[in-house]
Design a protein around this ligand. Structure first.
Ligand code: FAD
Length: 345
């Protein structure tokens, strides 16, 4: 059975820093996130916002903070799996030993003695169009909730739904390669950057974008793949039919605790209870670090999560190397790390 030292559920700042602390002790990690990029809330919710309370860093935007964490873990051994949610967690007995197996929505399976739940406020899930029954039946066949590869849209009839930054950005970007593109929104006002809205409206005036407001989707046409779409005019209630190959719904994200609630972990409300000695849950080998956990005095701050995971990694080391002393050394005198980072003395 192939095992990893630590499996981390969630690649937010705390998940990323776990790779660093594990790396210092020579442990390897698997890092899994539901999003299409690492960074959790920082990257998804407020990349441009400044953060002022990272010790020793007077000012950093949230995205700069994520980039710095990614740089910091470059020397260490880890694999990153994105666009997949960890859906199940099962115990595997091997003689006297016990391991945990996680399975993702992409059917990847990983086994480890140590699971770190660094899931923040839960996995971010795209909002579905509310009035369509099971739009996911067309996933990969004309329905998507994010643009993963622009090539998919070359020479296609594309409809983008939404009124925020993503909808505006992708309308402008994809207009360069599609056969036709329509931006559908329930009102003629957008929440995204004014500058991008201006570019979009200029493309409309040049006939390169069809702006359809005030409309909402009525139904999707097609058997195995999307062939058309019916749109309902919000004011007149009239229905229009259009040929369509690709429908992209950009309605933002919901936070979902989802599968975590089924893992028989002790909860306090929607947070996982831990002890503050090693941030282990009521199950041995399952740790909860960062915003997802709860204990007396808990503060949902990045630096709290960094402290928590540093202690949890110590316990993870002990579980892999029973009876051994956890090596301790300041990073200032870690010659291996200096070598990997190319630090010149
Ligand atoms: C607007 C705003 C401003 C903030 N400003 C500050 C600040 O100035 N200073 C500060 O310290 N903190 C700030 N915070 C809080 C800070 O962002 C959080 O404390 C921090 O992001 C928590 O990190 P985390 O790694 O625990 O979780 P998150 O950043 O929430 O990351 C968790 C990740 O886990 C993934 N995930 C969850 N469940 C699963 C699953 N089952 N499978 C796969 N992936 C999963 C999620 O998709 C997500 O990417 C701010 C928060 C917001 C919203």
């Amino acid at each position: 059975m192939e095992t990893k030292d630590i499996i981390i559920i969630g690649a937010g700042p705390v998940g990323l820093f776990t790779v660093f602390e594990a790396g210092l002790l020579g442990l390897n990690c698997i890092l899994i996130d539901n999003l299409d990029k690492p960074g959790g809330q920082c990257a998804e919710l407020y990349p441009e916002k400044p953060i002022y309370d990272i010790p020793g860093v007077p000012y950093q935007t949230a995205q700069e903070h994520v980039d710095a964490l990614l740089k910091q873990i470059e020397p260490f051994s880890y694999e990153l799996y994105l666009n997949q949610r960890v859906d199940s967690l099962n115990e595997i007995k091997d003689g006297d030993d016990s391991f945990w197996e996680v399975i993702t929505t992409e059917d990847n399976k990983f086994v480890s003695k140590n699971i770190f739940i660094a899931a923040g406020a839960g996995s971010f899930e795209p909002r579905r169009p509310p009035n369509i029954d099971n739009p996911d039946q067309f996933i990969n066949n004309g329905v998507s909730y994010a643009v993963r590869s622009v090539d998919q849209y070359i020479d296609k009839n594309v409809f983008i739904f939404g009124g925020g930054d993503s909808a505006l950005d992708w309308t402008v970007e994809l207009s360069k390669i599609v056969k036709s593109i329509s931006l559908v929104h329930r009102r003629d006002a957008f929440r995204g950057a004014q500058h991008t809205e201006e570019i979009m409206r200029e493309l409309v005036s040049k006939g390169k974008v069809n702006l359809l407001t005030p409309f909402l989707i009525d139904s999707i046409e097609g058997k195995d793949k999307v062939e058309g779409v019916k749109l309902k005019n919000f004011e007149s209630n009239e229905i229009e039919s259009h040929d369509a190959d690709e429908l992209i719904f950009l309605f933002g994200l919901n936070k979902k605790l989802g599968p975590l609630l089924d893992w028989e972990l002790e909860l306090n409300g929607k947070k996982i209870s831990v002890n503050t000695e090693n941030f282990q849950t009521n199950k041995k080998g399952i740790f909860a670090v960062g915003d997802i956990n709860n204990y007396p005095g808990k503060m949902d701050l990045i630096l709290s999560g960094f402290h928590e995971t540093t202690l949890a990694v110590q316990e993870a080391y002990k579980r892999i190397n029973p009876g051994e002393r956890v090596p301790f050394g300041y990073t200032t005198s870690n010659s291996k790390l200096q070598e990997k980072l190319g630090v010149k003395k």
